[in-house]
Design a protein around this ligand. Sequence first.
Ligand SMILES: Nc1ncnc2c1ncn2[C@@H]1O[C@H](COP(=O)(O)OP(=O)(O)OP(=O)(O)O)[C@@H](O)[C@H]1O
Length: 610
Amino acid sequence: MPRKKKSLEPNQINFRESFASLKFVPRFFKEIRKVNPMLFYVNLLCRVVNAFLPVLILYVGKLIIDEVVLQIAAEEKDLDRLWILVAVEFGLAVISDLISRGISLSDGLLGDQYSINTSVKIIKKTSELNLDQLEDSEFYDKLERARQQTTGRVGLMSNILTQGEDVVVILSLLGGVVAFEPWLIILLVVSIIPTIINEIKFSGTSYSLALSWTQERRELDYLRYAGASDVTAKEVKLFGLSDYLANRFKNLSDTYYMQSKKLAKERAGWGSFFNVIGTSAYYGAYVFIIFRTVAGVFSLGDLAFLSGSFNRLRSKLQGFFTRFTAITESALYLQDYFDFLDLTYTEKSSEGKLPLPKKIESGFQFKNVGFKYPKSEKWVVQNINFQLKAGEKLAFVGENGAGKTTLIKLLLRFYEPTEGEILLDGIPVKQYKQSDYQQYFGVIFQDFVKFELTLRENIAMGEIQEIGDQLRIDGAAEKSLAREVVSELPLGYNQQLGKRFKNGKDLSGGQWQKIAIARAYMKDAGVLILDEPTSALDARAETEAFDRFIRLTEGKTAVIISHRFSTVRIADRIMVLKDGAVLEIGTHQELMKNDKLYAELFNLQAAGYQ
Ligand SMILES: Nc1ncnc2c1ncn2[C@@H]1O[C@H](COP(=O)(O)OP(=O)(O)OP(=O)(O)O)[C@@H](O)[C@H]1O
């Protein structure tokens, strides 16, 4: 599919919008202060002191020069005052250095703590959101922009604080200049206007570019991963995909690079042009001060003080405006971050707060349930009516895409049915709090997670508060046949799994599955759901795993999805799905007698084994 050509529109985000993003700054600082109040206030104090030092140092410098000139002319030299002034300037220089170091140290520490805090918040927030929000690509774009720029946010903090500090420096220097020669202010304004124009012109352009490229940057990340990761390496090599992926990556990044380059060149070009105007104004002021000194209005010390102050003022003012653009751009990212944190978990207003029954009495009932995935027009399942009785083992079978996993997601309330309802002991499940309700279930999905953590953690994830309970972990491993895996690994439960980290051991698909099943046993859940949990187990292990499962979960309600009929037939009842509808439901014997799809598929598989 040809890619829609993206164009850079520098005016997408204008100065006013950039400026408006500053409204998030107070909340940002509240967060930083919360992270470490002591360090935050020390940082502020250092900056206040630091702000008065430049004008003081310049003024003492002026006094020294005037004193030197005085002493050159004097017949009897008295250098005491001169040495005192030199000592004062030395003291100020040392203090200035110490304070600057204090500022960068506290900036760094605060920044590190704040980034940790932000990442933790993003992880927690993500877990609070609904599955439909997580599966939405717009959500990923927001997440990406919130995650990005963590370091940018640290820079933003020090930029804003430096900005405040510079305002004090500028005011104090201005005070000094005005006291000597108010007319110089006019030249100062002239020298600074070009910078202001330049900054307004480019305000928000980098952010606009980054914003319009969020999706593509995610695609670039994905291509980088697909082209260079252990997970994809086998197929990339075998199918010779490396060049294809590299080219796709290169083409996309070249386009971004070209736009970024165009913007950077424009910025640099205009920046240089405006700078020449500003520098001319500065030299105009310099010439003016020299004239006045030669004319005897200013002393040599005044000359040094004024030219130094003027130069500093100009660079501070320039810095102020340039930094202002940087701040508003980072603040736009801040907006994304806070937007993300403010995303609300869409708890349905109709959702009640009924306490969950301690024990399931009659079971779950699907009544005329139909469902379309968000942003999709297709009915994935429709007119679904069945009961999952308390204590029964119900198996779902059906061809790929028939809707088995979707029914599980609905039962677990990851999504609400588009029509119809699900009842628990006759009460609509909506009346229970979603998070409490979900605690009822122990689930292994077909795409279960292989956590690249230790084996112990992988099992304990089923009930993470119990990670210290070795007996429980052992018990779960025993039930799921994962004990064999533990005994084969050199570090047993402490073995790091996966290849990503040092000393990690990767496991076979079946071994991973045994560990994932242990996770379900770890949680002493009322209802167990196994979505193709044994597809990677060998035939003997699968039979054993299921025999155990039936024995160990006696009296528990369970749903099993499997394509293997030898497994399925052990279930109390079997529900056959076809194209999102229930085709038949009953015991193995009943369905065989029915002689419809189940019997056909069963016989097909059985014939394969003969
Ligand atoms: N998140 C989603 N968004 C949109 N459509 C989806 C989503 N997940 C699944 N579908 C669609 O819903 C239909 C049913 O998928 P489901 O995963 O329930 O099938 P299944 O019976 O479990 O299949 P399999 O045996 O292959 O696991 C499929 O057509 C699939 O494309």
